[in-house]
Ligand binder design. Structure first.
Ligand code: BGC
Length: 454
């Protein structure tokens, strides 16, 4: 299989909280540590990327990759509202420099789901102040580190709040003893649409690790609220919590404000956000629901992206709709560890659909598979790359592909059981072992000195 052309960014992605370890000032840390946590396990040392980033970046470079998408942790830089940790800024300067020394272009995310604890205590992602606070943080940070950066994603999966909203509503209803789960679920376990809510929603309906099981969800939520100094669990507005329509728009305001603040300091930066998108497919009778989902998942955000330099596309699978709502994939379809369909063709299809509406550059900022079988991952990468090559051949301005993830890591509420990585980690010793899939991805990278010939 041939390499992508010169200039194409080919790399892998991580997020600070999922790999660094000991992100103790963040809202996630709080929620992981309460006695009845929704998290299957806490992140703790994660895979110690905070201390081992040099080894990880070197492994990437040795495999031939030329870019690395990672996030800077807001809670490390601003552990309190009025504290600015210069030594943490210096840490990320070293990470950025390490990328450059290894011939790796950094793609930096400013907010990848986790926020400082203090932000949540003051109303989090439903408090209109968040837009200004986030913009102020981003502006100041690039004022210090922007000279080392080129591509910046403001907010990871800016649509995830809304995607989770219906799942959360359903869960709250169940906890309050109201119908939600059973009433909305069809006999075969699939989801039934109900006036805009997807009752009976399943974990596999979203492309992120959540845990809807457990008998102690309400206790855990009460404990978290208390830890944030809030009385009511409904007032806990982390990035991935129940979201109002105003909260959805607030994310867009935060994006625009942060983008403008960073541009003002560093006009050279290429700035965009990323979205979690499915390859939505309508079965007969499901056309209207699939169209409504596309509107909600993607189209209604377009007005806020007009001044962006690129759009980060993230997709892991496809989703079917029939007249009743989300339908099952074809019988016998292979599933990933996450429960959704293993579908390497989805990313090419989504890039093609997105390109019809977003007229700027696109970058695949995440795509990957959670599997214990690395041969499947190799196959997945080859097929996904083939789909993207076709998009490029059609003239779609696709600038890069970041596989999720560089390392096996902390898949949020699902803990460490999901293995997406190109590199495995023995967490008892934090020893890395590169998988064959790292080589396969590297073999697709544009030719550079030191790469093996294709
Ligand atoms: C998120 C990642 C997550 C990945 C795999 C994306 O939704 O950005 O943080 O680990 O999907 O589920």
């Amino acid at each position: 299989m041939s390499r992508f052309a010169e200039g194409f960014l080919l790399g892998a992605a991580t997020a600070a909280h999922q790999v660094e370890g000991n992100n103790v000032h963040s809202d996630y840390w709080v929620q992981e540590q309460v006695p009845h946590s929704m998290f299957c396990e806490p992140s703790l040392d994660a895979v110690d990327h905070y201390n081992r980033y040099e080894e990880d970046i070197r492994l990437m470079a040795e495999a031939g990759l030329n870019s690395y998408r990672f996030s800077i942790e807001w809670a490390r830089i601003q552990p309190e509202r009025d504290v600015w940790e210069e030594k943490e800024v210096e840490h990320y300067r070293r990470v950025l420099q390490c990328c450059h020394e290894n011939g790796i272009t950094p793609v930096v995310t400013m907010m990848h789901f986790t926020s400082p604890k203090w932000l949540i205590s003051m109303g989090g992602w439903e408090n209109p102040a968040v837009a200004g606070l986030f913009a102020e943080y981003c502006g100041r940070l690039v004022g210090e580190l922007g000279d080392q950066m080129e591509y910046v994603c403001t907010i990871n999966e800016a649509n995830m709040r809304l995607q989770l909203a219906s799942l959360m509503q359903d869960m709250m209803k169940r906890m309050a003893g109201q119908p939600g789960d059973g009433s909305g679920q069809k006999a075969d376990g699939t989801t039934k649409a109900d006036g805009g809510q997807h009752l009976g929603a399943r974990e596999s309906d979203v492309q992120v690790g959540i845990n809807l099981k457990g008998d102690n969800l309400m206790r855990g939520m009460l404990e978290s609220a208390q830890a944030f100094g809030l009385k009511n669990p409904m007032d806990v507005h982390t990035f991935v919590s129940q979201c109002t329509p105003e909260g959805d728009l607030l994310v867009m305001k935060a994006h625009e404000a942060a983008r403008d603040a960073m541009k003002e300091k560093c006009p050279h930066l290429k700035i965009g956000l990323t979205l979690s998108l499915h390859d939505l497919q309508a079965l007969p009778g499901g056309e209207a629901l699939a169209a409504r989902e596309w509107e909600e998942e993607f189209l209604h955000y377009l007005p806020f992206l007009q001044k962006d330099d690129f759009l980060g596309v993230q997709c892991y699978t496809r989703k079917f709709f029939d007249a009743n709502g989300v339908a099952e994939p074809p019988a016998g379809a292979r599933r990933t560890q996450m429960g959704y369909e293993d579908c390497p063709g989805a990313i090419g299809a989504v890039v093609r659909k997105v390109s019809k509406h977003f007229r700027g550059d696109l970058m695949v900022t995440e795509n990957g598979i959670a599997t214990a079988d690395d041969a499947r991952r190799c196959e997945f990468i080859r097929e996904a790359a083939e789909g993207l090559r076709q998009c490029i051949a059609e003239g779609i301005p696709l600038k890069g592909y970041m596989y999720w993830s560089l390392l096996d890591n902390f898949e949020w509420q699902k803990g460490y059981s999901m293995t997406f990585g190109l590199i495995g980690v023995d967490r008892t010793t934090q020893t890395r072992h590169s998988k064959e899939s790292l080589k396969v991805l590297g073999s697709l990278a544009p030719y550079k000195e030191g790469n093996d010939a294709a």
